[in-house]
Write a protein that binds this ligand. Sequence first.
Ligand code: S3P
Length: 169
Amino acid sequence: MKIYLIGYMGCGKSTIGRKIADLMGISFVDLDKFIEERYFKSVPAIFAEEGEERFREKERAALLEVSEFENIVIGTGGGAPCFFDNMEVMNSQGVTVYIAPDTEVLATRLIKSKTERPLIVGKSYEDLILFINEALKKRAPYYEKAKIIIRGENNLDPQLVIDKIAQLK
Ligand code: S3P
């Protein structure tokens, strides 16, 4: 069993991913953390020193690596599904779940979040709303290749995700 959680920054991939993994008695891996440990560098430092293109290459390599694991929930970075054929890799290896809360919810969470995110640094709530909506226009076609799509849930119940996964088979 391999579960990939995908969706925009702030959609709750890590929070819900950990809960799903706990309930299922399997492990959780956060792709950004995996990259940081693999390359001994934070995501913001990779963006700042090497640029986004190099980050995407590292992200792709990390995705292939974690895809070798069995019985795992993988929380991917918000951009991961939208580069190379990462979506096809994930869909061929496991169950992809797109978590899509409303833009206002994403913006509120991102404003409060302590995680440093290079793509949105310094943005106000209003900036974020515009930025997220623009980004989603480009990213939605990738995200929507997911096997399961969960929209508009602000307090997503991990059990609901597990039930939806069970219904797939
Ligand atoms: C990114 C999302 C981030 C991280 C990087 C780029 C994106 O992950 O991979 O800052 O392009 O959406 P989270 O979605 O976990 O914040």
